[in-house]
Design a binder for this molecule. Structure first.
Ligand code: ATP
Ligand code: MG
Length: 219
């Protein structure tokens, strides 16, 4: 069985790609899945997270890291992904070719987006790539302020564009950043916290996506 690939992509810098990649990988790992994280961003932030994780957890770190770039990824990933249930690919901002290759390999593209009109506009190049590749997309609203009218306006705008938006949103929470600093996910860092609840709800929603139905591994 071949691991399903989540590509986390968003043209806009700082939208939360690496945060979502690490949090998703940690949540899947906690769920008992065999998880591979792939860092195609030369910034290497996900690699750094994984390095700290290995230092802190030692042999208990069961997430595997794979660093690759460009077309090499197309050749190498199918070989290595067989050993895993899920593959989470973190992509760089403003890198058309890296992102389009990673999107091409995806079973589901996850796009973090902060609820601001500027972020909706800046997502256009990534949305174009996803459409070109005919890949399923789930948009994840990130750093969402509580009960803002803007959240609803943005959600309506995305609905009008026929974009699937996850019902679960991620708030602007210290735990999302603090856990990363320790190489952890929020479910490991503060299992009773709101951030952990949000990640658990998001994972449940993602696993129910039709892109995963045929494996029998979902839900
Ligand atoms: N839900 C959140 N709550 C609090 N802080 C967050 C949240 N999501 C992201 N951040 C913070 O926002 C900043 C940008 O996040 P991150 O590095 O994940 O974005 P990115 O899209 O990967 O950036 P780049 O485009 O540079 O790769 C980081 O400082 C991160 O800790
Ligand atoms: Mg990043």
């Amino acid at each position: 069985m071949t691991g399903k690939v989540f590509t986390v992509a968003q043209h806009k810098g700082g939208a939360g790609k690496t945060t979502l990649s690490a949090q998703l990988a940690a949540a899947l790992d906690q769920d008992g899945a065999r998880v591979l994280v792939v860092d195609v961003d030369p910034q290497g932030s996900l690699t750094e997270w994984h390095k700290i994780r290995s230092q802190n957890l030692g042999r208990k770190n069961s997430i595997t890291l794979f660093q690759t770039q460009g077309w090499k990824m197309v050749r190498e990933l199918p070989r290595i992904q067989r050993e895993f249930d899920y593959v989470v690919v973190d992509t760089p901002p403003h890198a058309e070719s890296e992102s389009s290759i990673a999107i091409r390999l995806a079973d589901l593209v996850l796009m973090p987006m902060q609820p601001s009109p500027l972020d909706v506009w800046a997502a256009a190049p990534t949305l174009k790539l996803i459409l070109q590749e005919k890949k399923p997309l789930m948009l994840v609203m990130n750093r969402v302020p509580p009960k803002s009218k803007l959240n609803e306006t943005i959600k309506d705008k995305l609905d009008a564009m026929n974009i699937q938006v996850a019902k679960t949103t991620l708030g602007n929470r210290v735990a999302f950043a603090s856990s990363i600093m320790q190489g952890l996910g929020v479910g490991e860092f503060d299992p009773r916290g709101t951030a952990a609840d949000e990640m658990a709800a998001l994972l449940k929603e993602i696993k129910k996506h039709k892109a995963f139905k045929e494996t029998g591994r979902a839900a």
